[in-house]
Every structure is written in C-alpha cells, then in structure tokens.
Design a protein around this ligand. Structure first.
Ligand SMILES: Cc1cc2nc3c(=O)[nH]c(=O)nc-3n(C[C@H](O)[C@H](O)[C@H](O)COP(=O)(O)O)c2cc1C
Length: 220
C-alpha cells in the first residue's frame, strides 16, 4: 500500500513533535513493505504539494497536534482549501481513505475528545472514508528518562499494525493506545511537581523573588 502522511503542525520540522511521531510511525509502515510520502505544511513548498498528493492518492494520514483542545488554525485553513478543490472533483472519482494521528501535551484522553469528534466529521466533506484516529498525549518537554523514546517505539509498532489492518486505526491496540483517561493520583502529583518546578524556573528567571503561592492582592 502507498500512504500520504501530512504533518499539519505549524511548527518547523526540527521543532515539531508531530514530525518525530511521523518519523517513528512511518518506520513501522515501511517495515511492512508499504511506501510513504510525507509532507509538512509548515514548509512553504509543501502546501500545494500536499494538496496534490491528497487529490491524487487513496490513503491519507493527517498527523496533527492538539491546540487549545482542537485542530491548529493552520490545518483548518488547509482543509478549507482542500474542500474547495474536492468540491470540483467528480464525486467519488477517487475512493479515498482518511486516518488521523493526533498528539497532545497533556496525557489525559479527555483532552483530545473535542478534537477527535471534530475530526470524525471531516472525511465526509472531503468525499472520503473515515479510517479512524490514533490519539495520544505526553508532555515531551517533561518526559523523563526514556519515556519519550518508548512512546516513539510504540508509534513504530502502531505503524506496522496499521498496514496489517489495511490502513485503519480500528484495531484493539490502537484503541488501547488512547489511554490513560485520567491520571492516577501519583502521576498527577508527579506532574504537579514538574509543573511547579517549570513555573519557578520561569519566574525566577524573570526576577521573581517571592513564593509562587504569594497572593499580594489578598487583603491581610
Ligand atoms: C498554542 C498551543 C496550544 C496547545 N493546546 C493544547 C491543549 O489544549 N491540550 C493539550 O493536551 N496540549 C496542547 N498543546 C500542546 C501540544 O499539543 C503539544 O506540545 C504537541 O506535541 C505540539 O506538537 P508540534 O510540536 O508538532 O506542534 C498546545 C500547544 C500549543 C503551542
């Protein structure tokens, strides 16, 4: 099978977590003797090429980050242009399948539900079949030890399974990947400690000398 993967993050490739996810995922796809063409919307020359690749191929994977609980505005602009092109096509001239990989900075699956629900509605506007969503969240900046690398290894495995399932994310491992729904108490505490550490670094770097709990607006 041949797949088109489009990175819909506005971040440049070297700074894009989605680009790293795609890199791992496509390794798994290639290992199953499939071929991949990857485009990054953040690269100026890839915008038009991505549209052409979408219009001329059957198996499309959009990979994107969650921004403010939904899709990046940048991706919305691309979809609007694509919609205009697809509307001019002979209906069903190409039988297209669309899948999505979404990744976000917060681990809880509930962070991505709104975005997932929106993505589920897109395929029909693009005269395409909906082939599922692979969804995962991790804060890459705070990922400790080898945890980011092990997530990337899982994406590789998902790429391989994706091909074995004829290019969809409806298989059990993909559904299970979309976890955890909520953080455990211990994980939440760990995350809080890291977040506080990060906030302290920023505030001290900007000259703050009091505790983060300081509330100067309170009347004593
Ligand atoms: C403007 C902005 C908004 C974001 N909003 C969310 C959000 O609502 N929920 C979430 O889990 N992560 C959010 N994130 C985190 C990104 O989804 C995460 O950092 C992602 O890995 C970025 O991928 P990229 O580097 O390919 O753009 C946001 C990041 C940015 C920059």
């Amino acid at each position: 099978m041949h797949f088109i993967i489009i990175n819909a993050s506005p971040h440049t490739v070297s700074a894009s977590n989605t680009a790293q996810v795609i890199e791992a995922f496509q390794q798994g796809v290639i290992e199953e003797n499939s071929t991949v063409e990857t485009y990054h919307l953040s690269q100026k020359t890839h915008w038009e090429k991505s549209k052409l690749a979408f219009l001329n191929n059957e198996n499309i994977v959009f990979a994107l980050p969650v921004f403010a609980a939904t899709i990046p505005g940048y991706f919305m602009e691309f979809l609007e242009e694509l919609y205009s092109d697809v509307s001019k096509e002979q209906k069903y001239s190409v039988k297209r399948n669309i899948s999505f990989i979404i990744q976000s900075g917060f681990p809880e699956a509930c962070q991505r539900i709104y975005c997932e629900n929106f993505l589920k509605t897109i395929s029909k506007f693009l005269n395409s079949n909906f082939n599922g969503i692979l969804s995962y969240g991790i804060n890459v900046r705070f990922a400790i030890d080898q945890s980011w690398q092990s997530v990337l290894d899982s994406y590789k495995e998902m790429g391989s399974l994706f091909v074995k399932q004829n290019g969809n994310f409806f298989y059990k491992q993909a559904i299970d990947f979309n976890k955890p729904e909520y953080l455990s108490e211990n994980e939440a505490k760990k995350f809080n400690r890291l977040f506080n550490f990060f906030c302290r670094q920023i505030s001290e770097g900007r000259g703050c000398k009091v505790s983060l709990k300081d509330a100067p607006y309170e009347i004593k």
